[in-house]
Design a protein around this ligand. Structure first.
Ligand code: SF4
Length: 248
């Protein structure tokens, strides 16, 4: 039987994979503070995010209405970072409150997680916190511009540093690019990137309007990503069975 893993050694449990060309661009995360201190700081952070009007003041949004309700525990094993909240998410006041959240829940269950894990145990976040509105050129939501992402990035940086997830699921091309640089989804999905003790797992965006997932080859890549997630889950179950600490 394998020895209990250290926090930074989750990837030791993963099966070998082709060498990655991806280079993490995100700065290393600072050391974790005590849990109660982080809880307080995260609550304060959400208050500050809720008051943010930077994109409105810069003329990028008519009306900034940030989604600032915290969704997820301190020190989660899993965090999801998406693109931006859509109308339904803002209306319901919970991250991934629309069909994307339903799809994510299905993906987690396909990787062997218990029903309800997404809402119960996963920290949910996004590159930007306001609904960018509809895409003026077609269906679906408008993607936030690089300027909007840059304005919102300090919020996410602070949230990451406080939440300290063990694995971050990067859903969609924008989230993947923000962390590992510009790369084709075909190259990134299902690969693992280690960043300062955090494992990044790029996945496609779960939105129903994403046509990328229609191709059988892309579905196979998604399944590869979910298989990686299943391997991580099994490693955590092994940790739990061995009585190892579950969170930083
Ligand atoms: S998207 Fe982010 S930076 Fe822009 S107004 Fe909303 S919270 Fe502020």
């Amino acid at each position: 039987m394998r020895a209990s893993p250290s926090r930074a050694a989750a990837s030791d449990y993963l099966t070998p994979q082709p060498a990655l060309k991806l280079m993490p661009l995100w700065p290393p995360l600072p050391p974790a503070a005590a849990g109660a201190e982080r809880e307080r700081a995260l609550t304060q952070l959400q208050t500050e995010i809720g008051a943010c009007r930077a994109c409105e003041q810069a003329g990028y949004l008519e009306c900034a209405r940030p989604l600032a309700r915290r969704r997820g525990p301190v020190g989660p094993r899993l965090m999801v970072v998406g693109q931006a909240p859509g109308r339904l998410t803002i209306a319901r006041g919970i991250m991934f409150g629309g069909p994307s959240g339903d799809a994510l829940e299905r993906w987690l269950q396909a990787a062997g997680f218990a029903p309800g894990t997404l809402r119960r145990e996963v920290y949910l976040s996004a590159l930007t916190r306001c609904d960018p509105g509809r895409n003026p050129k077609g269906h679906g939501d408008r993607k936030p511009t690089p300027a909007e992402v840059a304005l919102c990035r300090p919020w996410l940086e602070r949230e990451l540093a406080l939440a300290r997830p063990r694995v971050i699921l990067l859903v969609g091309g924008m989230a993947i690019e923000a962390f590992v640089g510009r790369v084709k989804l075909e190259e990134a999905v299902g690969s693992l990137v280690e960043l300062a003790g955090v494992t990044l797992l790029p996945l496609p965006h779960p939105s129903g309007v994403s046509r990328w997932l229609n191709a059988p080859a892309h579905q196979a890549l998604l399944q590869r990503g979910l298989a990686r997630l299943a391997e991580l889950r099994m490693a955590w179950e092994e940790e739990d069975a061995a009585g190892a600490p579950a969170a930083p």
